[in-house]
Design a binder for this molecule. Structure first.
Ligand code: ADP
Ligand code: MG
Length: 395
């Protein structure tokens, strides 16, 4: 709560207020620093990242903020203002729950450098477990804040990679690099075209007046418990069968095109064939959408998004009735170019690309029926393509 008794919408402000409430004005060891990391939507490129493929995310103007101060011991004390929960841990501890994300980042960063302890307060406007990557936003904001209070530097790519390792090895989600690169490297008014094999990326300016609309179905996925890691296994199995059939040049589904899949597809059982077909066609859709976005051809971007959703629903089987209903609702709304599920699936959110001058009307029209059509916990909001993680001046 601020002095007026009103809780602010701004996570940067809430993190600072939370810090003072929890830890006192300062610990006397240095200046309070605040890092802010966005959530993200992915326009096209679902489940391609761990297959060495392409994706096309956009950072959104919803953020996780972390207010931080160095400590003169090695401990980390962390307070989540949203959960009103706190924890204290030392470098060798292995905390669970949301604290695991913080501990995993600290532990990966400490592998290569001497990093002092820190007091951290977290506040977020990224819905949790909604497929908008609150987890990567926490990781990048914690990482950037801890480095800042220690006076240490790390390139944006190296920070993204450190946070990716933290989520994979420390938390146990066998994710690709999409979320951490999007949250770490996006620029305002641009999508990030990312080659997940080479890690080469390109900022693709959004050439025209479009807005982004998110329908959060309110159905929360739990990535560690869901079929996410099963899909990783299935893709590995498809690669190993195709390798036996077509040769060792195939290291991942990135190395498979539609011709090769048609030639050797009968070696795969039906499920693995459909998993592979999704990844192969999805990579093509990402490249097509990148070119279309650059040319301001939003109809083509929208068509790629709708085709992506169908493929995730039918071939990859990671959608759910609420996501399908939200895509259908968005697609029939005036001014919407296209929509698809974003994030790992099994719940979470739908992203829609909307003509700028129709955005507000589309939001209102979807909001008026979303409870009936999608679910009683569903939420609709609009957002702007935003920048990746930053250190912001304390206010
Ligand atoms: P997503 O990244 O799509 O939001 P994940 O399941 O990958 O979903 O990550 C969600 C997890 O991140 C939560 O279960 C929680 O552990 C952590 N988290 C998200 N928001 C917060 C927050 N405001 N404070 C503390 N932990 C959070
Ligand atoms: Mg996540």
């Amino acid at each position: 709560m601020s002095e007026t008794g009103q809780e602010s919408d701004d996570p940067v402000e809430r993190a600072q207020v939370g810090f003072r409430d929890e830890f006192g004005e300062t610990n006397g060891s240095g200046n309070l620093e605040v890092a802010r990391a966005p959530g993200r939507v992915n326009l096209v490129g679902g489940h391609t990242d761990y297959n060495d493929g392409f994706c096309l995310p956009v950072a959104i103007d919803r953020h996780v903020a972390v207010a931080a101060e160095a400590r003169d011991d090695e401990q980390i004390r962390v307070y989540s203002t949203d959960f009103d929960e706190r924890a204290t841990f030392a470098p060798d501890d292995d905390p669970t729950g949301w604290v695991a994300y913080v501990a995993a980042v600290a532990s990966v960063l400490r592998e290569d450098r001497n990093l002092p302890g820190a007091s951290l307060a977290i506040a977020s406007s990224v819905p949790t477990g909604a497929g908008l990557s609150s987890s990567a936003a926490i990781e990048l904001a914690v990482g950037r804040a801890m480095l800042e209070v220690a006076g240490q530097e790390l390139s944006p790519t190296d920070l993204a990679l450190a946070c990716w390792r933290a989520e994979r090895d420390g938390v146990g989600v066998e994710c690709g690099i999409l979320d951490q690169f999007a949250v770490g490297l996006c620029e305002p008014n641009a999508a990030l075209f990312l080659d997940c094999r080479t890690r080469v990326f390109e900022h693709v300016p959004i050439a025209g007046d479009v807005g982004i609309l998110v329908v959060d179905t309110g159905v929360s996925h739990e990535l560690t418990d869901s079929g996410y890691n099963d899909r990783v296994r299935e893709c590995e199995a498809a690669v190993s069968t195709l390798q036996n059939a077509a040769g060792s040049d195939i290291q991942s589904l990135r190395d498979v095109d539609e011709d090769l899949l048609e030639t050797h597809g009968d070696e795969l059982d039906d499920v693995l064939y459909r998993r592979a077909r999704h990844v192969v066609t999805e990579n093509e859709r990402v490249v097509a959408a990148r070119d279309a976005l650059e040319n301001g051809d939003f109809d083509r971007v929208g068509a790629a998004m709708l085709a992506s959703h169908e493929s995730l629903r039918d071939d990859y089987e990671v959608s759910c009735p609420e996501l399908d209903a939200a895509v259908e609702l968005a697609a029939e709304t005036d001014g919407v170019y296209g929509a698809r599920m974003t994030g790992g699936g099994f719940g979470g959110s739908v992203v829609a690309l909307v003509a700028g001058d129709a955005l507000e009307r589309a939001e209102q029209s979807i909001r008026s029926v979303v409870a009936d059509r999608v679910g009683k916990n569903a939420q609709v909001f609009t957002c702007r393509p935003s920048e990746g993680v930053r250190v912001v001046s304390p206010r």
